[in-house]
Design a protein. Structure first.
Length: 424
């Protein structure tokens, strides 16, 4: 029997291409996927006027002192449920982290952490913050990611928030090149229009200071129920990536503002309350494929006084819970939360490394194993391992030995679209 010939003509193909041209543009422009760059594992919030160039090192020292006074890092690992070998491996890496890079992402807070001190005081603090950040970057003491959270765009605080944003960015621009890891955070967003207004504000700042278009990206804090479910019965948060394509870098869940807005009593406000999980699942769906990162919120149970070990156990469990649910970043509010943040995070990646690496090796070498992984799963495996390397949980040499791939190949596996683009 002769092989059949195609029935669809070139004209049919062209017709279908025309029908799907808008879809092709949407997928290309609005769903570029993750860009492969490093995502911090946490964000530390501190009142803006407390920042100095030595701030990160000071917090690292305080974190280390707290751990040392409570049995050391291996004891912390055991408190978090780690077996002896894992606790030992994690402890060494966490100790190095606390001494070299204790804070990955820092936000100088002009919102809840600063309050209303009058315009003169906030003007002075915004100018001083820009100067201090520029000095820390020049000295090499700034965290890799750093920026400010200013007051929200509701009518009562809009002008003040815009002025602080302007003074801070203008101060950095006057000092020289903007920090590579500059991050700006817009809090208490309720509508798409507020995000569009922020897009306009940073676009104008780019024009005024001669910055490339798109240089000033920003985070949106999801702290209000109106952003999850709008008055028309739709989800405004799902519209954000498409209202200002390429401008939003992350969505951050605000544990306590969001819970309070839903009348959850203070005792039960938590990152793991059902209302929190629902909001975060909507956020996760809203930004899937867009390249916008997600961050979980914080716990206000702080490891101080007689509550250190209990608070560490709670924090470590919540960090692990977020990681398992695809939230690779969260908030930390106190130096004593750094050890449990890094210990729980590093254990997550180190525990998962052997199995992920073996499956990656089988996939790359096309070896049959107990699991037949598809390309999408291979991407997820590679992305998991790459995140572990980027945060310091595992070493590149470990990945090479276990998976048989170096970091360039691992990155290409995790983000094949980027590899295709760079080779085209």
């Amino acid at each position: 029997m002769a092989a059949p010939k195609p029935s669809l003509s070139a004209g049919d193909h062209a017709h279908i291409d025309g029908q799907l041209a808008a879809t092709d543009r949407l997928l290309e422009q609005n769903y570029p996927g993750d860009d492969g760059s490093r995502q911090p594992v946490h964000t530390v919030y501190v009142p803006a006027d407390r920042f100095t160039p030595s701030f990160a090192a000071d917090w690292g020292g305080q974190a280390t002192a707290t751990v040392d006074s409570h049995g050391g890092l291996e004891n912390l690992g055991r408190l978090l449920g780690q077996e002896t070998a894992l606790a030992e491996a994690v402890a060494g890496r966490v100790a190095a982290k606390l001494s070299t890079e204790p804070i990955e992402d820092l936000r100088l807070d002009f919102e809840d952490g600063f309050g209303d001190r009058g315009d003169d005081a906030e003007d002075a603090a915004a100018v001083a913050a820009a100067s201090a950040v520029a000095a820390a970057v020049a000295a090499g003491s700034a965290p890799p990611f750093i920026g400010i959270r200013f007051k929200c765009f509701e009518a009562s605080t809009r002008s003040r928030g815009l002025r602080t944003l302007d003074l801070f960015v203008s101060g950095l621009a006057a000092a020289g090149e903007l920090p590579e890891g500059l991050v700006l955070t817009l809090p208490k967003v309720t509508t798409v229009a507020q995000v569009q207004a922020m897009d306009y504000a940073v676009s104008r700042l780019e024009e005024v200071h001669g910055l490339p278009a798109g240089r000033l990206r920003f985070e949106v804090q999801v702290e209000t129920p109106q952003l999850i479910l709008g008055p028309e019965g739709t989800s405004p948060v799902a519209q954000l990536p498409h209202a200002v394509p390429g401008r939003i870098s992350g969505l951050h869940y605000g544990t306590y503002d969001y819970s309070a807005s839903l009348q959850i009593s203070a005792e039960y406000q938590s990152m793991e309350h059902p209302v929190a999980d629902f909001a975060k699942e909507v956020m996760q769906l809203a930004v899937a494929g867009t390249g916008i990162r997600l961050s979980d919120g914080s716990t206000n149970i702080i490891p101080v006084g007689d509550n250190v070990e209990n608070a560490w156990q709670l924090h470590g469990r919540l960090v692990r819970r977020s990681l398992e649910r695809g939230y690779y970043q969260g908030w930390d509010l106190h130096p004593a939360q750094l050890p449990s943040r890094f210990a729980a995070t590093y254990a997550f990646y180190r525990e998962g490394l052997p199995a992920a690496a073996a499956r990656l090796r089988n996939y790359v070498e096309r070896t049959e194993g107990g699991v037949m992984d598809e390309p999408a799963t291979a991407r997820a495996l590679a992305a998991f391992v790459l995140r572990g390397v980027q945060c310091g949980a595992v070493g590149a040499e470990e990945v090479q030995a276990l998976a048989g791939v170096g970091i360039p190949q691992l990155t290409a596996l995790a983000h094949p679209r980027l590899a295709t683009t760079s080779n085209s």
